[in-house]
Design a protein around this ligand. Sequence first.
Ligand SMILES: [Zn+2]
Length: 401
Amino acid sequence: MTTPACRLCGQGLAEAFEIRRAPSSVERLLLAHEVAGDRATSLSVQQCRDCGLVQLARLMPEGFYDDYEMAVTFSPRFQGYLNDLAADFLAQADLGDGRIAEIGCGDGSFLECFARRGFEVTGVEPSRRFRRAARAKGLTVHPTYVGRDAAVPAAPYDAVVSRQVLEHVPDINGFLAGMRASMAAAGHGLIEVPSLEKAVADGRFYDFFPDHVNYFSAQTLAYACRRNGMRTSSIVPTMADEYITAFVTPERAGSDQASRPGDHMDLSAVAAAIETTISALQGFLQERRDRGQRVAAWGSGGKGVSTFAAASPLEGIAYVVDADPRKQGHFMPVSHFEVHSPDRLVQDPVDCVLVTAIAHAAEIQDILRRDLGFDGTIALLGDGIDIHEKGQASAAPGDRQ
Ligand SMILES: [Zn+2]
């Protein structure tokens, strides 16, 4: 089997692990007419033998992001996070009354944090849907991709920021070169990506999916910046360690001679977690079936979608509910469960609810016990299955999002 070259340094890749049944996208649930044509895809997660960058060799089809839809979080907690991040960035970067550009600005929530503080802001966003949302907030947004020969229109800017974009970008070097070219010589930059350290520490195989073609550790992110003419003044875990955020400044020139990270992340814990989680889930469902119990699942987010896909065909789940009305009536990729409103639990009672959205477990347990009067078993899908009978103190996992 021939393996393609590392998209950051050009050296050879080695497979770290494979997820044999993955959804083709976790960000979007299916409409009824799309279910018949939906297939699982196999995901080969590769690691560069030389620089250690973790990546998928296979890319999303061209134009994938033109109509990109992503579950946008409107929670006050998340808005607070963005606001604090903007404040931290401004505390490190003395911008005066400078101009700020965001690459991949989404619906403009982060840009607004700067606009509120009086900065002149500009966004770049390829997705039509997001552009409309950002423009509705009065923001200037350009419909372009940024690359080696494509800086942000009207560059240079005193600051260029980019959150949750680089993990989607096939041409890392082109993107970072375009970002650097968009910055003034004395400018500042911010790059935020999901944390590979967190995915590995928690054995989260469901953090690997086709939309994300790159998986950065602090080391490989710093290396990617250095190679493309940006010095990282700091890289810190953010959003309860879910993300890593780099604060960067332009250097004179990038160099592909930039020294490569020495220690590579060990992904064996992630590989092992695939089998452990699948067998814990199947074992749990089998045990409930043996007792003649019915089980419903709560949560159609990335973790639920990916875990059910990996474990499919999955027997013993009567139906799936989710509190997000935009997901109800849609179908989960690969496992093809239809997503219902939590009201279904009242109309069509079950003995046990399996919560896959454990980041919201405490909130969901409250709704189940208090609002829906559910007195059956609540099981949380974490590293294994954590079971809470009624009357038991609810020991929810940490307040993660
Ligand atoms: Zn490499």
